[in-house]
Design a protein around this ligand. Structure first.
Ligand code: F6R
Length: 608
């Protein structure tokens, strides 16, 4: 949420900043801007709207400086307009700042600065930072930044340039991600790795409350007491192509197509010699053997993966599982205590509410296990145990392959936990592992039905409202399918437990209403079929998703049927979600929406 980039070196600064911002635009696209340190001062170019508008504005300008910072914004304080765009200059135009995060005490700071004669030109919280740094500046930029950070409450990743410092810039972070990229005769800062991949694979991952002085030849890191801090260099071994569209029209369709491969990466290395082998898991599994309650905490799509996790773990591990959205969990004084395990699920590993919820669980003595995609992210670093999902970079704002791999990780954990509890006999343990080994191919089979899904989308892309209903694991799936449609197609949609609809919501079903029904749970098949009949009787048009062996029976009731391969229904969610992701994708496309960058959204939600 908001992307920042900074560069010092001999390359064309504007070009490096724009290249970086292109890779960070998924973090926010309300406005974009750069500040370039020139011989005669700081040149700020910024504007409301997508990065392409900024690029156009910058075309034909020849800036010759060696230092610059850039920003792509997801608006929190103040509407998206030119003056609320970053970078923000201080009153004397000596200092410019880009900021990701929220300054919680900005009103007090603003009042203080106004009393000192400062004027403000935006509605943002961020503008107080440039002015407070200027107020604290007495010839030493890093000292002024450090003093300012000691006065600030809230979260920040910052890039700061100053007209007095033509050989360096300063950056800092707390609760918002920031990395430093290391080059030869050049250095960088960025919110995320893809922004730097074209230039370097050697990075420092900054910790909270660290400030860094970046010159072309050196990078010095300090804590807020002004003491030097040493970091190990982190080598990024991603394939550059993984963060590119690679011939696909959108990142979203590329990422859906990558699901079989991503799931292989999650599953196969951990299915070895008839065992589920999780990295460094001895202490974790010993703790699980005695564990009396598991909490699962996450946001959005990751939360929906958590709902699947609850069904699975309670079924096979027989431990009560509480699943909660992180923004609720962290503020409700949750009943967490030693002896419990808290599983935190996050693609980015930087979602602020999720990170804070994890800290709350830790503070109360729970062991924490992070199911995370991004290596080295804050959640991965702070959790007691980590299970990486290995989905590769996910760039589209709507999460797809990350969700499937989160499910895959939860499948592995469920089997390992059940075994650790002594609840799974060897024959079932082996049979489940074989199911998991086959899962990527099953998802690949589902992908082959793209054309049928596209056709169905073409018939329904003008729907005003869509319902998703399911029972058991299919209810968890309905939640995710409904979110996907809302966020990229902008169609009102509801997800309901099949048996709950008749307690009120069925009043909304009228002739022609589209109701999508995953129907994969063998034990609930007849019950769900009755729920389908109930909505059909009110005129609904029903799309069912079901294993091939049930297709003929379901077709007698539903208007259209998509099939998934026949498989153990415990793991069917990972195959049944794919057609629903594709459905949302095609509907969004047909409505003319920006599939990868849906309105009002951004990826990696680093504000609460
Ligand atoms: C929806 C989506 C979001 C994220 C949520 C959590 O498609 O992407 O709902 O799932 O913001 O993000 P992470 O997993 O990065 O913590």
């Amino acid at each position: 949420m908001c992307g920042i980039i900074g560069y010092i070196g001999q390359k064309n600064v504007t070009e490096v900043l724009l290249n970086g911002l292109r890779k960070l635009e998924y973090r926010g696209y309300d406005s974009a801007g750069v500040a370039l340190l020139e011989d005669n001062g700081i040149e700020v170019v910024k504007c409301k709207g997508r990065l392409a508008i900024l690029e156009e504005k910058l075309t034909g300008n020849c800036f010759g400086g060696r230092i610059g910072i850039g920003h792509t914004r997801w608006a929190t304080h103040g509407e998206p307009n030119d003056s609320n765009s970053h970078p923000h200059l201080s009153n004397s135009e000596k200092i410019a700042v880009v900021h990701n995060g929220i300054i919680e005490n900005y009103l007090q700071i603003k009042e203080f600065l106004v009393s000192k004669g400062y004027r403000f030109y935006s509605e943002t919280d961020s503008e107080v930072v440039s002015n407070l740094i200027e107020y604290n500046y007495r010839g030493d930029l890093i000292a002024a930044v450090t003093e300012t950070l000691n006065d600030i409450e809230g979260s920040y990743a910052l890039g700061v340039v100053c007209t007095d410092c033509p050989q360096q810039f300063v950056a800092a972070r707390k609760d918002s991600p920031l990395i430093v990229g290391l080059g030869k005769g050049e250095n960088f800062i960025a919110s995320d790795i893809p922004a730097l991949l074209a230039y370097t694979r050697e990075v420092y991952i900054l910790e909270d409350r660290e400030v860094v002085r970046v010159s072309s030849e050196s990078v010095e890191i300090f804590n807020l007491l002004g003491e030097r801090v040493e970091h190990e260099i982190f080598h990024v071994d991603w394939d550059v192509a993984a963060a590119e569209k690679g011939g696909f029209e959108h990142f979203m369709i590329k990422e859906i197509s990558e699901e079989p491969h991503a799931m292989q990466q999650t599953l196969w290395p951990r299915l070895q010699g008839g065992e589920v082998v999780l990295e460094n898991s001895e202490a974790l599994l010993a703790a699980v053997a005695d564990c009396h309650r598991i909490n699962i905490v996450a946001c959005g799509t990751a939360y929906h993966a958590g709902v699947v996790g609850k069904y699975l773990i309670e079924k096979l591990v027989r431990v009560p599982v509480e699943v909660d959205v992180a923004s609720e969990f962290r503020y409700r004084d949750p009943l967490v205590e030693p002896g419990q395990l808290t599983i935190i699920i996050s693609q980015s590993g930087e979602t602020l509410d999720t990170l804070m919820a994890m800290r709350e669980a830790k503070r109360k003595g729970s062991r924490t296990l992070a199911v995370v995609n991004v290596v080295g992210s804050s959640i991965a670093r702070e959790a007691d145990d980590v299970l990486y999902t290995w989905a590769g970079p996910e760039i589209a704002v709507a999460s797809t392959k990350a969700y499937n791999t989160q499910l895959a990780a939860l499948y592995l954990l469920t089997l390992a936990f059940a075994r650790a509890k002594g609840l799974l006999d060897t024959a079932s343990y082996l049979a489940y592992q074989e199911e998991l080994r086959l899962l990527p191919d099953r998802v690949a089979e589902v992908l082959a039905q793209k054309d049928a899904i596209q056709k169905f989308a073409a018939a329904h892309f003008n729907a005003k409202s869509v319902f998703f209903i399911g029972r058991g694991l299919d209810y968890a799936l309905a939640l995710e399918a409904s979110l996907k449609l809302k966020e990229i197609a902008y169609i009102h949609s509801e997800a309901y437990a099949g048996g709950e609809l008749k307690h009120g919501t069925i009043a909304l079903i009228e002739p022609g209403t589209l109701v999508v029904c995953p129907l994969t749970q063998e034990a609930l098949f007849d019950k769900m079929l009755s729920n389908i009949r109930e909505v059909k009787a009110r005129g609904a048009v029903v799309l069912a998703i079901t294993p091939a062996k049930y297709a003929a029976a379901v077709a007698q009731t539903a208007d259209a049927v998509l099939t998934i391969p026949d498989m153990d229904s415990l793991f069917s969610s990972a195959a049944a979600v794919t057609p629903l992701q594709l459905f949302a994708y095609y509907v969004s496309l047909m409505r003319g929406n920006d599939v990868d960058k849906p309105r009002n959204l951004a990826k990696s939600v680093t504000v609460e």
